[in-house]
Design a protein around this ligand. Structure first.
Ligand code: AMP
Ligand code: MG
Length: 412
């Protein structure tokens, strides 16, 4: 979808679909387990061995034949010779001869012939001979081979998001690494002749550049990788030169900010219009002016999403269009943020014809959400206090105090 519909306005869904189509699914790569956290498993993981791999003891104690301890109790202990000592890790475990027991530690292989373990606490702890004061059930305190997973079983399915337990499991079945979806790589490039890097002196009329860092962090928080390029002034040639130099192989998406609205000096629009990128309005607020497409660069092309420059517009547009697309491309089963409903604390009005994403603070205990700041898309301090977006449908013009609204949880 490279053009804008007749009349010049896309719905949020139309633009989201256009962006999603641009960011292609990434390939796969094999990473060491330690680097697999929060990655998405690319294929089913099959256990190459049973878990546990062998029958082993669940307690420190004595491996026994349960039948030989019939009637054993505190008042009538049974005494038997200790024929072997089996610490964890012993690999040459002898079978248990009838009429004997083996001292055994947690995790050690249960010898052939034994069918139960008596915890040391129910014995006198003897090493040559031992007095046992309990009659175990057959199978007591024996962890059976394969009771957790059978050899050959699928233990993790493709699409699983890997966390500590899943990575621990992969190690337990002997895998040194896992094949996961590659993270998309995103170039972030801000534009604006008024911009100055934080830490430097501001002259009158200048502001600090905030979108580049904010978007690069948002990209990384989404699970992709980001390279933040030095922002460029509103100069089409400089902007083109930076893209020509940097937007090459290995870049899945170029994300720009600024320079896409209807004024003069719209550097992004001026540089890209007619070169594969379409610009127009999306029926939303903040974030009306948008663009996306495959920018032709020499003999190749690169996916580009052009976000508006106002910081709130930039981040909200990233949330609505870019984050889900990046996460879908890397196989995340949960590309979108969690959406819940809450009762609005206060009333609000909304312009018709545009879907609004107001910044809100959720009181999860009370089940209410309050707007923070107002509709101004420059209000980054209010954005920084918000923990959710209040999603007001395009056709809604007013929401009453206490009415239920849909909210997008930014933390989830
Ligand atoms: P633009 O979309 O370029 O017309 O910019 C819209 C508003 O956002 C202007 O007030 C800009 O100064 C501001 N702005 C644009 N880019 C950035 C940026 N990278 N950091 C902070 N503010 C910006
Ligand atoms: Mg600008």
């Amino acid at each position: 979808m490279s053009s804008w519909p007749e009349g010049g306005t896309r719905s949020v869904e139309q633009h989201a679909a256009a962006v999603a189509e641009l960011v292609r699914p990434t390939g796969t790569e094999t990473v060491p387990l330690a680097g697999a956290s929060d990655r998405v498993l690319a294929g089913d993981l099959t256990a190459g061995l049973a878990l546990p791999p062998f029958d082993n003891s669940a307690m420190d104690g004595y491996a026994v034949r349960a039948a030989e301890l019939a009637g054993a109790s505190d008042t009538h202990p049974v005494e038997l010779p200790v024929a072997a000592d089996i610490p964890a890790g012993r690999t040459d475990v002898p079978p248990l001869a009838p009429g004997t027991v083996a001292r055994i530690m947690t995790g050690a292989p249960v010898p052939a012939g034994a069918d139960a373990v008596v915890p040391v606490e129910r014995t006198d702890g003897g090493t040559g001979r031992v007095r046992i004061s309990a009659q175990p059930q057959p199978g007591a305190f024996v962890r059976r081979a394969g009771e957790d997973a059978a050899a050959g079983a699928v233990v993790l399915t493709a699409g699983t998001v890997l966390g500590a337990p899943q990575i621990g499991l992969a190690a337990a079945v002997g895998r040194p690494g896992l094949t996961v979806h590659r993270r998309p790589h995103v170039l972030v490039l801000s534009t604006g002749s008024e911009l100055v890097a934080p830490g430097e002196e501001l002259a009158p009329g200048q502001i600090y550049e905030s979108n580049g860092t904010m978007l690069a962090v948002a990209v990384r928080e989404a699970g992709a990788t980001a390279e933040q390029l030095s922002f460029v002034p509103d100069d089409v040639d400089r902007f083109r030169a930076v893209l020509a130099e940097r937007a090459g192989d290995g870049v899945d998406l170029v994300l720009t900010s600024g320079g896409v609205s209807a004024g003069a000096y719209e550097v992004v629009k001026d540089a890209m219009l007619g070169h594969g990128v379409a610009f127009g309005k999306v029926a939303m607020q903040p974030g009306g002016p948008q663009g996306c497409g495959r920018l032709e660069l020499g003999g190749t092309s690169v996916a580009v999403v052009t976000l508006p420059g106002n910081p709130v517009s930039s981040l909200v547009s990233f949330e609505v269009f870019v984050r889900p697309a990046l996460r879908a491309a890397m196989g995340r089963p949960d590309p979108g943020r969690p959406v819940v409903t809450a009762r609005l604390d206060g009333a609000l009005t909304s312009v018709p014809g545009r879907r609004q994403f107001r910044r809100g603070i959720l009181d999860a205990v009370a089940g209410t959400v309050a707007e923070v700041g107002s509709t101004g898309s420059h209000l980054i301090a209010a954005l920084a206090r918000a923990d959710c977006l209040i999603d007001i449908p395009a056709e809604t013009t007013a929401v009453a105090d206490g009415e239920r609204v849909s909210i997008v949880l930014l933390g989830g």
